[in-house]
Design a binder for this molecule. Structure first.
Ligand code: GLA
Length: 380
């Protein structure tokens, strides 16, 4: 599809094609920017880049999704206030150049089927795809973790949106039929196999994540404040990753209830991730599902990043046969839920939740039965 668009726009086939997937997070929400643990999987929806080298320093880029083209010069990369879709590629290109990688001009077409603003990390896929594209086109031999960090830096410093490292990491380093267990402090990771008899089903509420960025910033700040309060009691803590539930109980008098609940979510979520990885590896999917359910409750009540539509989808999901666990996924305030469902029940689950959602709220959700997929840099 993108190859065809490339051919149509530029008149000959591309030299290289690269795919970067979106992601769903199974458990470990709002833990990445607290140096904690996450367990995402890359999904079979991706952003594809197709391109070829040019002899000069111009970059021509066509967005198949926006049906628009822009051009920029590698020697003068500025943010584009109008065609904001081009800023991911601009930022990645600027930071690669800044780090001493000499790029060549290129003709590029990109686009894909990761829904935008749905909490499935389409931006991370666009960034990681851009990084992986340059890597492949020019044979840069980038270290994958460096590529992940550069992609995240683009989101934070060029596009100007705060985020942790989870989304870029999984888009680059996910593996087919596996989830990825990542320690966001030292960036060590391992792939955890997903069984073929369960499916990851994603329910898209269709609610755009309106409050997401401002509330995300508020949560970031609250987490830092909670750390400062706990550190002031004499405990050696750098982030909520270093805090145990017992420390939190002991520090209860030092912070108000709101701050305490924010910290409680993160501290308890980290513990849930560690247990979730253990039980996934031992095959106890019932327990894994129970932990997903607890994660949702904690995000809804302690961290307060859910919303009516997500809660409705979760409640509907839990009534269906074959469901092991259901929770909101991603930053919250709209977007998607993630559900672990027995494979033989996945189709009827998808239908029943879709219908129930429309009946309950008069909204049309979209349901995707997903396949865990390879990241953009797994074979790079
Ligand atoms: C967004 C951010 C991630 C992470 C999640 C919440 O997806 O991009 O870094 O913080 O929210 O878990």
């Amino acid at each position: 599809m993108i190859e065809e668009a490339f051919q149509r726009i530029y008149g000959s086939p591309p030299e290289v094609v690269v795919r970067a997937p979106g992601r769903v997070n199974l458990i470990g929400e709002h833990t990445d920017y607290n140096d904690g643990f996450v367990l995402p999987a890359a999904i079979d929806r991706a952003i594809t880049y197709a391109g070829r080298r040019r002899a000069d320093r111009r970059v021509r880029v066509y967005s198949n999704d926006f049906q628009a083209s822009v051009e920029f010069d590698l020697d003068d990369i500025q943010k584009d206030g109008k065609n904001t879709w081009s800023n991911f590629l601009r930022g990645v290109s600027k930071f690669l150049e800044g780090d001493g990688h000499h790029l060549a001009g290129a003709d590029i077409a990109f686009g894909g089927d990761v829904p935008r603003e749905a909490g499935l990390s389409s931006s991370a896929a666009v960034e990681v795809g851009a990084t992986a594209f340059w890597n492949k086109l020019l044979g840069l031999g980038l270290d994958p973790v460096y590529a992940v960090k550069l992609s995240r830096r683009t989101e934070n410093e060029f596009v100007g949106v705060p985020c942790g490292i989870m989304d870029q990491f999984i888009s680059a380093l996910g593996r087919r039929d596996h989830a990825l267990f990542l320690d966001c402090r030292d960036l060590t990771y391992r792939h955890v196999p997903l069984r073929a008899d369960v499916k990851i089903v994603v329910c898209n509420s269709g609610v755009k994540r309106a409050l997401a960025q401002s509330e995300y910033e508020v949560r970031l700040k609250q987490c830092r404040e909670a750390v400062a309060k706990i550190a002031a009691t004499g405990r050696a803590v750098k982030s909520l990753r270093d805090v145990q539930l017992s420390d939190l109980e002991a520090a209860q008098g030092t912070m108000d209830n709101l701050l305490w609940r924010r910290a409680h979510h993160v501290v308890s979520e980290n513990q849930r991730v560690l247990e979730a990885v253990r039980v996934l590896e031992s095959g106890d999917l019932e327990r894994f599902g129970a932990l997903m359910n607890q994660s949702h409750e904690s995000l809804r009540d302690d961290y307060e990043v859910s919303c009516k539509e997500l809660d409705t989808l979760v409640e509907l999901a839990r009534k269906q046969d074959g469901v092991l666990g259901a929770r909101m996924t991603g930053a919250g305030f709209g977007g998607c839920t993630v559900n672990l469902v027995r494979a033989d029940a996945a189709e009827s689950f998808a239908q029943a939740v879709g219908e129930g959602y429309e009946e309950a709220l008069g909204l049309k959700g979209e349901i995707y039965v997903c396949q865990a997929s390879d990241g953009a840099l797994v074979s790079a």
